[in-house]
Every structure is written in structure tokens, then in C-alpha cells.
Write a protein of this length. Structure first.
Length: 228
């Protein structure tokens, strides 16, 4: 599989999210969109946030959450509680879960269910569905998305192992290389490992449309003291 056609990129946990195609569909984010958002998030300050998946839906808004008013009189949405997010995820996933009762090993349906829970920030449940999906059928995009959910559920070491699994299958998979570098940098402080992953990305994808942005990230990390 061509790494430049992968669908996963980076986000902060506070950055604005965008709508995208579902996992397993024929629609994909372009590399320009993916890396453009990645670099934007770094500029904004990544912290320990991660991975806005190219096949995830926008986090769901509760139409019954109500509104508050700002000082200027404009309406502001009331924050959705974790329990509300869970209920929304379960409601959104109902049709897919119903189909899974008839086809429990359908990889696409399992990935779609994972998307519903991921969109509502139910990352542990998303991990369960993505894991079942790749067990039914190994798909590199879903594996990268599994790594996203693993990281956001607090299992960054597992996320790195999952990304390495992707790269064992396709060493040129651009988004896996990009995300691996970011995890090494932000969760392990491994600046050398991050640079190595991104340099491999550029070497194996020499015509990548966002090559200059990746090179800029490498220089940004080089300016930091190496911890390993």
C-alpha cells in the first residue's frame, strides 16, 4: 500500500476537528490535507494530544445540550459531559452494532463501530472494535487508527507497537512513519527516534507534496536537546 495514500494525521486534544470519510470507505484524505493539519497542530502546540484520524467522524454535538450566552449576547454551546458522550456514542453506534449481530466478523462494520466511539471520545471502546476489525482483516489504515485510540486511552507503548506492526507490513507507510515520530518525540522524549522516522518518511516518499513541512519539523526537533 502506498504510504502517501494513508488517511491518518495528527491533532491536539483541544484543536478543532474536521469531518472526514469513514474507515473502510473508498474516500481518503489527501496527503496535503493530512500533513497540513499536522503541522498546524504542532504550531498551535501539541502537548500530549494526538491523532485526528483521517477516517474519523467529527466529535458529535448533543442537540439537546442547550446553550449559554456570552457577555456579548451570543450563544455558546454547553459542554457535553462524559456520560452524555457515552450515551451519544452508543446511540450513534446502534445501527452498526445491529448489523454486527448478523455479521460479527465484518471488518468494515467493526471499523465503523470503532469510528462512532472514537468520535465521541470513547477511546477504550474504539480500541476494542478496531482490534476486532484488524483481527478479521488486516488493514493498515485501521491499524494506524487503532494506534490513535490506544494512545488516547493512555496506552502509548501499545500505540508504538501497533505503528511498528504497520511498518513491518509496509515500511514506506507515510502516516505511520509520521505518527511514530511524533509519539517518540512527545511521549518518550526520543528526538533521535522521531527524526529517524521522519527522515525515513522523506527517503521512501521523495515526492511527497508536503516534504518541506516535514523537513521543517525535523529542524524544529533538532533544536531540542536529545534525551536518548
Amino acid at each position: 500500500m502506498d504510504g502517501e495514500n494513508a488517511t491518518t494525521t495528527i491533532e491536539t486534544e483541544t484543536a478543532e476537528t474536521v469531518s472526514m470519510p469513514q474507515a473502510g470507505s473508498s474516500a481518503h484524505w489527501s496527503s496535503t490535507q493530512a500533513y497540513g493539519l499536522a503541522v498546524l497542530c504542532l504550531v498551535l502546540g501539541l502537548g500530549l494530544g494526538f491523532l485526528l484520524r483521517g477516517s474519523a467522524a467529527t466529535p458529535m454535538a448533543d442537540p439537546h445540550a442547550g446553550h449559554q450566552h456570552a457577555a456579548d449576547g451570543s450563544e455558546m454551546p454547553v459542554a457535553v459531559t462524559p456520560e452524555q458522550l457515552k450515551q451519544m456514542a452508543e446511540k450513534a453506534a446502534e445501527p452498526v452494532v445491529a448489523q454486527l449481530k448478523q455479521n460479527p466478523a465484518d471488518a468494515k462494520l467493526l471499523a465503523d463501530a470503532g469510528n462512532k466511539y472514537y468520535a465521541a471520545q470513547q477511546y477504550a471502546t474504539a480500541v476494542e472494535y478496531y482490534t476486532k476489525s484488524v483481527e478479521a482483516k488486516a488493514d493498515l489504515n485501521v491499524l494506524v487508527q487503532l494506534a490513535n485510540a490506544q494512545h488516547l486511552s493512555g496506552a502509548s507503548d501499545k500505540a508504538i507497537k501497533t505503528l511498528n506492526r504497520v511498518l513491518e507490513i509496509d515500511p514506506t507507510f507515510a502516516n505511520a512513519l509520521f505518527n511514530l515520530g511524533l509519539l517518540k518525540w512527545k511521549t518518550q522524549g526520543d528526538t533521535a527516534g522521531a527524526i529517524s522516522a521522519w527522515q525515513k518518511l522523506l527517503k521512501t516518499n521523495p515526492n511527497h507534496p508536503n516534504r518541506a513541512q516535514v523537513e521543517e519539523m525535523i529542524e524544529r526537533v533538532r533544536q531540542q536537546p536529545a534525551s536518548k
